[in-house]
Design a binder for this molecule. Sequence first.
Ligand code: P6P
Length: 338
Amino acid sequence: HAADAHRTDLMTITRFVLNEQSKHPESRGDFTILLSHIVLGCKFVCSAVNKAGLAKLIGLAGETNVQGEEQKKLDVLSNEVFIKALVSSGRTCILVSEEDEEATFVEPSKRGKYCVVFDPLDGSSNIDCGVSIGTIFGIYMIKDGGEPELEDVLQPGKNMIAAGYCMYGSSCTLVLSAGRGVNGFTLDPSLGEFILTHPDIKIPKKGKIYSVNEGNAKNWDGPTAKYVEKCKFPKDGSAPKSLRYIGSMVADVHRTLLYGGIFLYPADKKSPNGKLRVLYEVFPMSFLMEQAGGQAFTGKQRALDLVPKKIHERSPIFLGSYDDVEEIKALYAAEEQK
Ligand code: P6P
């Protein structure tokens, strides 16, 4: 009856996190409560994203909806939902969102010990054509018990206690790590619950796919250009890698995590720090990659060792299968030697 047990013994994300928490007797369940509010935000966004297409079809988006209200852009709406859910959890003290220029300091009566950095709807420009998009988040503990200050969210990524993303695609999949491996959960809309579907995700040590916007090739630096050339015209007689680039970070990273390979958003002459944001794109995805046995490199250092100076700072990023990232690290090291 193992199959039956599996079917009736539902491992929801809440139960999974409670199990994890039971390994920390001192924990008062704050993380579980915080996570349940993040999960609530993801469920809302999933529902809104799935309706977005329809809303556009029947002319709701952009102008006014049937109630005559101005239809909010989905990324603005998602941001409001996550800010409200996180503040109402009573477990956060500082929030950094891709949508907000300034950090949000939670009012004292609602403060907790966690700082959350997030992109509420990354890749939202892809909604109209139905490409998967996602929410990306990272969680820090406030540095010390004092007044929350900006330095509490300018910590290196290695200080994150948890990170994850929720991908809104053919299914709604939430991938999470709290520092002890990576687990994937899929939303069962009939239950409104995220169920454990990808236990203990490990990224293949080496992959056959490279993922980069080849349209920027003209502006790449030497090591990146050499690496991509190697992917396309391998000298050691091995097969060329396949190129898969969706242009939505959550989708490209999710495929890399499950299938292996390397995702690159390099620096180029136009953008010396690349395009992706350190706090809520580079750090969470790098955290997950390391937890899944892969690695993440900025072109100069281990991505999680970076210490951000500004909350919307960017960094080049090379992340994915351990061996693939090693290759590009060697090319940058050789460049350093020149
Ligand atoms: P490009 C989406 O706009 C995004 O922020 C990431 O999700 C994605 O990886 C990247 O930009 C794509 O950028 O320059 O290749 O279109």
